[in-house]
Design a protein around this ligand. Structure first.
Ligand code: ZN
Length: 145
């Protein structure tokens, strides 16, 4: 009789744990970094589909997009029913959601690159300042030797 009671308690704990685990997963989908948590089969598929189009090299090298590109060289990826910049999707998959007002910019100045380590968030003004700085540095010529 007492054995049976123990078993019942264990079951209750198990059920409670399952409920806690599933609500943790739900909460995880809204936190910033979900890169290592498989929230759902759907998001895993997006991640796998995305990574299958990327040439992944060393952690600090450029990871060039191997599939379709936009005119300016940015990778093109079908995501949430739209054709969007692959570097933006890379940010979402590795770092988390992007506010609509923010741009995903390249430290490496290489549009097809989707290495999250080479990306940073900025405003449209940051983007202009960044390309102006890079354009100007090109015009001033080579660095001192
Ligand atoms: Zn890069």
């Amino acid at each position: 009789m007492s054995k049976r009671k123990k078993w019942l308690i264990r079951t209750e704990k198990g059920t409670r744990f399952a409920i806690i685990a599933s609500s943790l997963l739900e909460a995880a989908s809204s936190v910033v970094d979900v890169s290592d948590i498989r929230v759902s089969a759907k998001s895993t598929n997006v991640r796998e589909r995305f990574l299958s189009k990327v040439e992944i090299l060393g952690p600090d090298e450029c990871w060039n997009w191997q599939a379709g590109r936009f005119k300016k060289g940015y990778g093109r990826f079908g995501y949430k029913g739209k054709s969007v910049g692959a570097h933006r999707v890379s940010w979402e998959l590795h770092k988390g959601p992007i506010h609509d007002d923010l741009w995903v910019l390249h430290k490496c100045d290489n549009p097809p690159c989707v290495n999250p380590r080479h990306l940073f968030l900025g405003t449209a003004a940051d983007n202009n300042a960044d390309s102006f700085a890079k354009g100007r540095s090109n015009r001033t010529g080579r660095p001192k030797q």
